[in-house]
Write a protein that binds this ligand. Structure first.
Ligand SMILES: [Zn+2]
Ligand SMILES: [Zn+2]
Length: 237
């Protein structure tokens, strides 16, 4: 049976004492022949060290997806993309600041919504006054997996847009939900909306904040995943 593996490279928390924690996010999604790196965290040394703890190297990466321009997601931008496979592809959301890129890398600027490989999509929404944020959406046997960096467009807005575009159930939402400064009442409303949208499982981390992570845990029970740098989740494709 085909599987998807999601490895958390960088997060505010660790799942394992051998990994380094730091405010930021990065993960690698292995699906079919693709190894998709989504963001690189805030500290390039911790990023490389954690990647190595998974026995991985940048040279194996086939695609790099940067969610948005904030410093806690783009550590070592030039160094990382300088190391990935020759045939590698880079996906950036529109309005991403221009940075030096090796000429060999194939860059795609995603305007709104794009299938980047069979059953793998990029969705770009406005994240703030001056930037856009890109999320990754992957089809699996049990429904869609949505991976978000900071969810600046709003996690519920993002999920509604995913459902509008793909019309499939949402199996898992993983990443930063950006609720660390939100009041309890707002957090409860977001959790309620997750249930209303029939999201099956949740793996909040990074800027979700500890209070919201706990609320998701209470609401989703065994369908909640506590994740951090060093976590590997596997799902049936
Ligand atoms: Zn951000
Ligand atoms: Zn962030």
């Amino acid at each position: 049976m085909k599987q998807i593996a999601i490895k958390i490279i960088y997060d505010n928390c660790t799942a394992n004492e051998h990994f380094q924690a730091g405010w930021g996010f990065s993960c690698v999604v292995e699906v079919g022949l693709r190894k998709i790196l989504f963001d690189t965290g805030a500290d390039v040394h911790a990023f490389f060290s954690n990647l190595q703890k998974f026995g991985m190297q940048c040279e194996e990466i086939t695609d790099v997806v940067y969610s948005h321009k904030h410093a806690d997601h783009i550590a070592g931008f030039e160094e990382v993309i300088g190391k990935i496979k020759q045939s590698g592809r880079l996906f950036l959301p529109k309005k991403f600041p221009s940075k030096k890129r090796p000429p060999t890398i194939h860059t795609e600027i995603v305007e709104e919504f794009q299938e980047i490989d069979s059953g793998i999509y990029s969705l770009v929404l406005k994240g703030g006054f001056f930037f856009y944020e890109q999320a990754l959406v992957i089809e699996t046997k049990n429904g869609l997996v949505v991976i978000t960096g900071c969810a600046h467009p709003g996690i519920i807005t993002l999920l509604q847009e995913v459902q509008k575009r793909l019309k499939q159930p949402i199996h898992l939402v993983l990443g930063g939900f950006h609720l660390f400064r939100s009041k309890q009442s707002y957090i409860d409303e977001v959790v309620h909306q997750f249930k209303a949208l029939k999201v099956q499982t949740a793996a909040p981390c990074h800027c979700t904040g500890s209070m919201a992570i706990e609320r998701f845990h209470q609401a989703f029970k065994e369908n909640f995943y506590k994740i951090g740098a060093g976590t590997m989740l596997t799902l049936d494709k």
